[in-house]
Ligand binder design. Structure first.
Ligand code: NAP
Length: 511
């Protein structure tokens, strides 16, 4: 079986050797192989710096936006094929495959619209000019300009299209060329989307590269103007941060790592209320969508003790048998498989460890590793047990943690997770919600305030929106992606320009 090629120096080229087998996680059939052995990554990076960077920087924001729009359309044009490849290579249902593909193209389109808003400028100004000394003639102003290196995007296995698109949208709009390295095990959908982009003829020479296979010596070739945007496990994130080239050359690094996202249900929430129904609906989605393999999926649910029984019963009723995992091609499948055979082993091992501190109140752990892992709900024996706040099970599982209904205890428990991508508060009590925002915001990148008022409109905690920041403190990696124009900062240098006021006014005229 042939090796899936990489796209480097504007041409498709294959690594040498047999490579790693890419499999269907349900049938175990080998679909392709991936190898980066023998590829000249140093030359590929230099080509991107020298050709791709200047080509993108020559475009205005509006023109870069047009490019993103056209790339979104190119990916969308092969959507049916992408659905098939995603289902085969990542075990997702058709609906979950659509979530990944459409999330990716929607993010590209959203940044295309931002590009049109930013207009004919080539870089960003940040704030107004300020007088710096005794005379108004001496002034200063901050600008943000694209870095001159390559944006290296290292992605996790769970969102092969969205991961490609959301990072590329920000880097391209900022004016930086991209080298995308998807997780090897689920690289096929990314490779197909990349082929659609290169076939479109839209990409300026050198602006886009794809590396299929392991990272090899890629990081050794990075320099002071390059950027790494990484999504994946905290362990790999730590390796990247401490890589010799990164440390010695201060390569800019953004880490999106794992986190135990929390939900806090307020003491005012009563079974049957609109807020309670919203909470349950969104929790079922977080457990089952992509079989719980979302970095933003809820892992910990803080419940007033009186709600433990009703919530356990309601989850049992809604999850079983409706969401028992099925082969993705089964038209009745509501939940698909774990993405790789190694995930099956990892998820079961972690789930067993977590279960030693809990009772299993919904479902049952499988006896053997399986990619068709059923939904499970655990109930903590002691909500303060450290493992419940540190052990991430990247599958369809949550832990219910009873608490006393106070903001103080909720904050104490949420903080034990040492940083989340998203935390949700469900309550119609404004005082409780206000105190939660004060206490929880430092520990999370995003706070969703679920209440009866938004019950009809909420997109839930798991959905990452292009105009809202994505990333969280501490355990979550300390990174920031997206958030509209905020997402461009990673790829730009902020420079304070000081000089004569008339010169600054001429350099940076008001729009
Ligand atoms: P992973 O094992 O850390 O791999 C992530 C990526 O890093 C892959 O592309 C992998 O390549 C690459 N990699 C591995 N070793 C490397 C090294 N020494 N240097 C540079 N790159 C290296 O994570 P995963 O298992 O794919 O993803 C699951 C984890 O990601 C979960 O814990 C989840 O919470 C987290 N996640 C976070 C977010 C977020 O936005 N915060 C989103 C999704 C997932 P190979 O595949 O070739 O090994």
């Amino acid at each position: 079986m042939s090796v899936t090629p990489s796209y480097l120096q504007d041409r498709w080229q294959s690594g040498t050797g047999a490579g790693t087998a890419l499999v269907n996680p349900v049938s175990s059939a080998t679909l392709a192989h991936a190898s980066s052995a023998g590829l000249d990554l140093g030359t590929a990076l230099q080509h991107a710096r020298l050709r791709g960077g200047p080509a993108l920087r020559a475009l205005s924001f509006a023109q870069r936006g047009d490019l993103l729009d056209a790339l979104a359309k190119a990916i969308y044009s092969v959507r049916d094929e992408l659905l098939e490849v995603s289902m085969a290579n990542t075990g997702v249902t058709r609906s979950d495959a659509k979530f990944d593909i459409d999330g990716g193209t929607a993010t590209l389109s959203s940044y295309a619209a931002l590009g049109r808003e930013l207009g004919s400028a080539m870089f960003l100004t940040d704030g107004a000019a300020e007088q710096l000394g005794r005379s108004p003639r001496f002034a200063g102003r901050h600008i943000r300009v694209p870095l001159r290196g390559v944006a290296v995007h290292i992605n996790a296995f769970n969102f092969p299209i969205w991961g490609l698109a959301e990072k590329l949208a920000c880097a391209f709009l900022a004016g930086m060329p991209v080298l995308c390295k998807p997780a090897t095990a689920t690289a096929l959908p990314t490779a197909r989307a990349a082929k659609a982009m290169t076939d479109s003829g839209l990409l300026p020479a050198g602006s886009f590269s794809l590396l299929v296979g392991s990272v090899g010596d890629l990081l050794d070739h990075l320099g002071a103007q390059d950027v790494i945007a990484f999504t994946g496990s905290a362990d790999t994130g730590a390796k990247i941060r401490s890589h010799r080239a990164v440390v010695e050359r201060s390569v800019r690094v953004n880490i999106e790592a794992d986190s135990l996202n929390a939900v806090v249900v307020g003491p005012d929430v009563q079974p049957g209320s609109a807020c309670y129904e919203l909470f349950l609906r969104e929790l079922v989605r977080e457990i089952t969508q992509k079989s719980g393999q979302k970095c933003t999926a809820t892992r910990r649910v803080l419940l007033p003790a009186a709600l433990v029984g009703p919530v356990s019963d309601a989850l049992r009723e809604r999850l079983l048998p409706e969401y028992l995992p099925k082969t993705p091609t089964d038209a009745t499948a509501r939940m698909g498989a774990l993405a790789t055979p190694s995930q099956a082993t990892d998820v079961l091992q972690r789930a067993r460890e977590l279960a030693t501190h809990c009772d299993v109140v919904v479902g049952a752990l499988p006896a053997e590793p399986t990619t068709l892992f059923p939904p499970c709900v655990l109930l903590a024996k002691n909500s303060k047990t450290a493992a419940l706040h540190s052990l991430e099970v990247f599958g369809p599982m949550v832990t219910l943690l009873p608490y006393d209904g106070s903001v103080v205890q909720a904050a104490e428990l949420v903080a034990l997770g040492e940083g989340t991508l998203v935390t949700t508060v469900y309550s119609d009590d404004l005082e409780f919600t206000t105190q939660c925002v004060e206490e929880l915001a430092p520990w999370t990148g995003r706070l969703l305030l679920g209440s009866a008022r938004i019950a009809e409109f909420s997109t839930g905690p798991g959905l990452v929106l292009p105009n809202m920041a994505h990333g969280g403190p501490g355990r979550a990696g300390g990174g920031l992606e997206l958030g509209g124009v905020r997402g461009l900062s990673l790829y730009m240098q902020t420079c304070a320009v000081q000089g004569a006021r008339p010169v600054l006014d001429r350099l940076f005229p008001a729009p």
